[in-house]
Design a protein around this ligand. Structure first.
Ligand code: NAD
Length: 256
């Protein structure tokens, strides 16, 4: 149980981040939900989680593409015990056509934000004598795909950052690991389906089976609940000696 712990989950008003926030709240953790949209719905989400799981939950707006806002999120959250770096975006294009602004945004949101939030959170974890840092990387942190240069570079970077932070905190009761999901059906993936249907002139089921899940041997999406459960496991005593590693939740993708 995580009662009395405070978890900050970046990029958690939808998809995997929301699944992780709910699972940690289910385990009793107080949670901070984050995105940069700052809508009434974002704040309502925190109220819903608080009432469903009987924990404290609040929404803090911060743009994870901005170093100052990443660090301010941690300062505003308070005594952060669990940090889940999850915010991420995707763009698919051949390298010679890859927009420079999009490259910079993906590197900033998917990778550099984890550097800034971790740098801001780790000294408090040391002082309080406990901390868990979980970075949501990807199967693309371990394998490449064409046309995803920025995403693959950022996710490999997150895996490297996780190992480095684990070594720097190894003698403290702090762990840092990366979860590497295969495909999870979230808004980030769902938006790729219509484009791919049009590109290959395929129906939805064929796109899912033969394009999206072509490298996922289980032929099933992982779920946000499974990523949440894996995060909760990494925060449990059973994982006290698991640090500096990756856990794949990818239906066998990286076994290939
Ligand atoms: P999603 O689009 O549902 O969620 C992305 C989240 O990031 C949202 O909450 C969004 O508000 C937030 N976000 C985006 N830009 C932000 C910014 N500048 N500042 C703050 N928040 C921002 O996508 P998802 O599929 O849930 O992805 C979550 C993470 O999981 C990402 O890091 C993604 O790379 C990773 N991932 C996803 C899959 C998948 O198949 N869905 C697979 C492997 C890894």
């Amino acid at each position: 149980m995580l009662t009395g712990k405070l978890a900050v989950i970046t990029g958690s008003n939808s998809g995997i981040g929301l699944g992780v926030a709910k699972e940690l709240a289910k385990q009793g953790a107080d949670v901070v939900i984050n995105s940069f949209s700052d809508t009434p719905e974002d704040h309502a989400l925190a109220v819903e989680i608080a009432s469903e799981f009987n924990v404290n939950a609040r929404y803090i707006s911060a743009d994870m593409s901005d170093a100052t806002q990443c660090r301010a999120l941690i300062a505003q959250a308070g005594a952060v015990d669990i940090l889940v770096n999850n915010a991420g975006i995707q763009h698919v294009a051949p390298i010679e056509e890859f927009p420079i602004d999009t490259w910079n945004a993906i590197i900033a949101i998917n990778m550099s934000s984890a550097f800034h939030t971790t740098a801001a959170a780790v000294s408090g974890m040391r002082e309080r004598g406990w901390g868990r840092i979980v970075n949501v990387a990807s199967a693309h942190g371990l394998r490449a795909s064409p046309y995803k240069s920025a995403y693959v570079a950022a996710k490999h970077g997150v895996v490297g950052l996780s190992k480095t932070v684990a070594l720097e905190t190894a003698e403290d009761p702090i762990t840092c690991n990366a979860i590497c999901p295969g495909y999870v059906l979230t808004p980030l993936v769902a938006t790729q389906i219509p484009d791919t249907m049009e590109q290959y002139n395929m129906d939805r089921e064929t796109v899912i089976r033969d394009v999206l899940l072509t490298r996922q041997p289980s032929k099933q999406f992982a779920t946000t609940e499974q990523i949440g459960g894996t995060t909760a496991f990494l925060c449990s005593p059973a994982a006290d000696q698991i640090t500096g590693t990756t856990i794949s939740v990818d239906g066998g993708w990286t076994a290939l």
